[in-house]
Ligand binder design. Structure first.
Ligand code: GUN
Length: 297
């Protein structure tokens, strides 16, 4: 039987809708809108596009958007001064410094300067620590979005075998932590894992975040597995075409013959990231204003 297609685009749209409604409630209670500041250094075209769409989505969700576009040769001191100013600004609930930064800037030290209570990306070591010990903080948007799709599809994950392929700080590690917290049995696989296909074959839940186009085929999957594809890879263009096709880490068509449910690329995990960013910003606003965060968020 063909797999159910998990429609991340529709799920993200409904999450943005709920966040927007809740942001309007927040504004009534707090006397101000939630605010998200995005800092972009340099003119990387992909980052320009991301930052533009974040700004639009923020405004559409009844929040204020503050954009700081800085030149490519911005010094660490100048960038840190912007971060400090945003840390001190009560109108700003969330701060996102768009990555990657130009090479002369050290990402870890810039992230470390963001107030952990405004770190809506969940990249600060304090938030990684909070997640690991089970304290309230901020969870990186992409894995949290994957988790929302999984619980929507499967309900209780207790006892399920989950395999996360990829061990990045931004996706793989927090994803594994969230799955463990939901009582799944979790394996983190990576480039040095022996017989990766056999490891993946055990999984009721597969989260693929490796960045290798269509690496995971149907032979790797257990019948009925739920497959979450975080990969966004552009294939080389076909003759006569300007741009190559976007594909995930999973070979969608063949995997869909075996999986129970699977996210497409595009239209799966991708749209969830911005929706969760808005959700995290609203949570930050409630906390920063000393108000109770609504359960539904
Ligand atoms: N670059 C691409 N995605 C992201 C993201 O989610 N957060 C940040 N800070 N930079 C990114």
């Amino acid at each position: 039987m063909a797999a159910t297609r998990i429609d991340g685009k529709a799920f993200a749209a409904s999450l943005r809708e709920r966040v927007g409604a809740s942001a309007a409630e927040f504004a009534k209670a707090a006397g101000r809108k939630p605010g998200l500041a995005v800092v972009l250094v340099g003119d990387d075209p992909a980052s320009q596009v991301y930052v533009g769409s974040k700004g639009k989505a923020t405004l559409a969700a009844n929040m204020n958007s503050y954009e700081h576009r800085l030149p490519d040769d911005t010094s660490a001191a100048d960038l840190l001064a912007v971060v400090e100013q945003l840390n001190a600004d009560d109108a700003v609930d969330g701060i996102l410094v768009q990555l990657p930064l130009p090479e002369h800037l050290d990402e870890q030290s810039i992230i470390a300067a963001i107030s952990p209570d405004k770190d809506v990306d969940g990249f600060h070591v304090i938030n990684a620590g909070r997640l690991s010990v089970g304290q309230a903080g901020f969870v990186p948007c992409t894995p949290l979005g994957c988790m929302m799709l999984l619980t929507d599809r499967l309900g209780d994950l207790s006892g399920l075998e989950a395999v996360v392929i990829g061990r990045s700080n931004i996706v793989g590690k927090p994803m594994a932590q969230l799955l463990v917290d939901a009582n799944a049995t979790v394996t983190i696989a990576h480039s040095r894992t022996r017989d990766l296909a056999a490891v993946v074959k055990r999984a009721d839940i597969v989260v693929a975040a490796v960045g290798r186009p269509e690496m995971i085929g149907k032979d790797w999957l257990k019948d009925g597995a739920t497959v979450i594809d975080v990969g966004i890879n552009r294939l080389p263009p076909e003759p006569g075409k300007e741009k190559g096709k976007l594909v995930g880490d999973v070979a969608y068509d063949e995997a869909a013959e075996v999986a129970g449910a699977i996210t497409p690329v595009p239209g799966g995990v991708g749209p969830m990231t911005i929706a969760v960013l808005l959700r995290n910003t609203l949570v930050a606003a409630y906390r920063n204003a000393g108000l109770t965060v609504p359960e539904a968020l």
